[in-house]
Design a protein around this ligand. Structure first.
Ligand code: NCD
Length: 328
């Protein structure tokens, strides 16, 4: 077919050949990341941070479009993926609110939604309330699918940014004592981070009320890994000697019995008084949103790392997007 002569292709640089360890991959579970891949992502994420600090935005993927479809509410995750695309010079189809107004509410299958979105976009970022939805979407889509949370299942990009934050803040992961606190039952970030941490030589502490304990199958994996691990409901048991305190909110939306939620919703609060007991060199993390577990009065404590953690999310997602699109 003859092109319109106004399309002067000779003046447009050819697209580079796709390269890199992640090219074409879906990001569905932390199980797909070994330490080599994790190191690779961290190196790329550090480069992204450096570039953003120097120039703010740069055209690494100006020819790429991401569809971000969120069937569950999200502020941080969706906006950090959008920001990541934009800082890389790419564009976004944001389907982040009012999904109920789209075809989804007309009963379209997830597979069909993917088969349509891949006609428009080079990568799909998906959040869905059901465990396994990202995997199902990926098997329908020919473009990479990134799991931005599948119900109480996994949240692999969050776990990578959490791990990146630990490395960045404390300079190491091996040798640390890491406590996770709050809703260990439904908190998918805890599930994904736990699985990632099993590749490192860490001690793990799980702090929760009885009804919110880590699921048995996951706890068994931790035990089988030979890691030094303890469960307790008492924050006082761990606060003095942990290097990382990873706090989570109680996931109200996952309770079938709301009276049970009411009983556990305010179980822990990490106040400045509590933090007086903690080590001087340690960090408090939280995937956010917080709903009372951490008062604002803690924010000025240099150990409060949760906003830096959110910022790291953008760099790690830039690394992942550039990676699966073959420009890392
Ligand atoms: C987490 C999530 O969605 O699982 N938030 C996030 O991704 N920033 C944690 C939560 O909702 O509690």
């Amino acid at each position: 077919m003859e092109l319109n002569p106004l399309f002067n292709l000779d003046a447009i640089p050819a697209r580079p050949e796709p390269t890199g360890l992640l090219y074409g991959e879906d990001v569905l579970s932390v199980a797909q990341f070994d330490r080599d891949k994790i190191d690779y992502i961290f190196t790329r994420a550090n480069e992204m941070r450096e570039m953003v600090k120097r120039v703010g935005k740069f055209d690494l993927i100006p020819d790429k479009v991401a569809a971000c479809i969120f069937y569950e509410p999200s502020t941080r995750t969706s906006s950090s993926f959008i920001a990541a695309m934009q800082r890389l010079g790419g564009s976004v189809i944001p389907i982040t609110s009012g999904v109920s107004f789209s075809s989804v509410s007309k009963g379209e299958t997830l597979g069909d939604t993917m088969r349509v979105l891949e006609q428009y976009a080079d990568v799909v970022v998906l959040r869905h309330p059901e465990v396994g939805a990202a995997k199902e979407a990926a098997s329908a889509a020919s473009v990479p699918v990134i799991n931005a949370g599948d119900g109480p299942g996994e949240h692999p990009t969050q776990a990578l940014l959490d791990l990146f934050t630990i490395q960045d803040e404390l300079g190491q992961i091996d040798g640390l004592k890491i406590a996770m606190l709050g809703d260990l039952r439904y908190g998918r970030t805890v599930h994904s981070l736990t699985k990632l941490l099993l590749q490192y030589d860490v001690q793990l502490r799980y702090v929760s009320p009885e009804v919110l304990r880590l699921p048995m199958n996951l706890m068994n994996r931790v035990i089988d890994s030979g890691r030094n691990v303890r469960e307790t409901y008492s924050l006082a048991d761990v606060i003095r000697d942990v290097d990382v305190l990873y706090v989570t909110r109680v996931q109200k939306e996952r309770f079938s019995d709301l009276s049970q939620y009411e009983q556990v919703k305010n179980f822990y609060e990490i106040t400045p008084e509590v933090m007086e007991e903690a080590k001087e060199k340690m960090i408090v993390m939280h995937p956010l949103p917080r709903v009372g577990e951490i008062p604002e009065s803690l924010d000025s404590d240099p150990r409060a790392a949760y906003f830096r953690q959110a910022q790291n999310g953008m760099y790690v997602r830039m690394a992942l997007l550039a990676g699966v699109l073959g420009r890392a």
